[in-house]
Design a binder for this molecule. Structure first.
Ligand code: NAD
Length: 261
């Protein structure tokens, strides 16, 4: 229980990677602030189950990461309800796939706001209390697309490259206060976000689901297997632990050798 007494706020933790991260941090003893969209009953079920299984305090705030005023409110409520946010995981994200010439400007704005600017806002609001406490962890969920590009993902690639820059800048500003900041760069993980791309490929090429999944993964990942949310969550827990005290400003690909090519 290396994180007993700590509180972790994970944006976009009602599904996919963020949901698995909330579970791994609760299992390590941290209280949890969930965030993200979804059905009210399903979110309450997730909240109550985490609380019961791991005997930690779990709350939920539904702030829209595209709206700075809602982010400010979430950070204030989290600090009031839990005392302090010790671990901040910036994970909420969306995708839109289109050639840059056809890319809808409002989709560009939404992706930059949710996948990049929200992390600036949560970080600027969480850092003062972490500095004062002399301990903190900030983990940004970037992507392989923070390291390399793919076609038709202009906004996502720009936001994810941006968040790797933000990770380095945050690590430098936080250095000396025992607050670290790192980025995780997953390859394909089969979540809602990727299922939409599987469905689009299956429809475009007339493929069965399994064939579309195999094609998607095989095109980019030499290991030809999806990364699992639990694998990302385990790295997150490690980065929050004492063995990671001197790891800061780094970006970790978990990508089946995608970016080794
Ligand atoms: P997902 O769609 O399963 O989860 C996204 C989460 O973000 C959900 O909880 C959703 O409700 C929340 N969210 C979306 N818009 C929001 C908003 N405006 N305000 C608050 N919450 C919002 O997708 P995922 O794959 O688990 O994605 C999580 C992160 O991982 C994203 O940043 C994504 O870019 C990144 N990522 C995913 C993959 C992958 O292959 N799935 C690969 C690399 C990086």
């Amino acid at each position: 229980m290396v994180l007993a007494g700590k509180t972790a706020l994970i944006t976009g933790s009602t599904s996919g990677i963020g949901k698995a991260m909330a579970e791994s941090l609760a299992a390590a003893g941290a209280g949890i602030v969930l965030n993200g969209f979804g059905e009210k009953d399903a979110i309450e079920q997730q909240r109550a189950a985490l609380e019961e299984q791991y005997q930690v305090k779990v709350t939920y705030h539904g702030a829209d990461m595209a709206r700075p005023s809602e982010i400010e409110e979430m950070m204030m409520v989290a600090a009031t309800e839990h005392g302090r946010v010790d671990i901040l995981v910036n994970n909420a994200g969306i995708q839109h796939v289109a050639d840059i010439a056809d890319f809808p400007p409002e989709r560009w704005d939404a992706i930059i706001a949710i996948n990049l600017s929200s992390a600036f806002h949560t970080t600027r609001l969480a850092l003062p209390a972490m500095r004062e406490a002399g301990w903190g962890r900030i983990i940004n969920v970037a992507s392989v697309h923070g390291l390399v590009a793919s076609k038709h993902k202009a906004a996502y690639v720009a936001a994810k490259h941006g968040i790797i820059g933000l990770t380095k800048a945050t690590a430098l500003d936080a250095a000396g206060s025992r607050v670290t900041c790192n980025a995780i760069c997953p390859g394909w993980v089969l979540t809602n976000l990727v299922q939409q791309q599987v469905d689009a490929l299956a429809q475009r090429e007339g493929l069965e689901q399994d064939a579309a999944k195999a094609r998607l993964v095989g095109e980019k990942m030499p290991t030809a297997e999806f990364v699992t949310p639990e694998q990302i969550a385990a790295l997150t827990a490690f980065l929050c632990g004492p063995h990671a005290n001197q790891i800061s400003g780094a970006s970790f690909p978990v990508d089946g050798a995608w970016t080794a090519q």
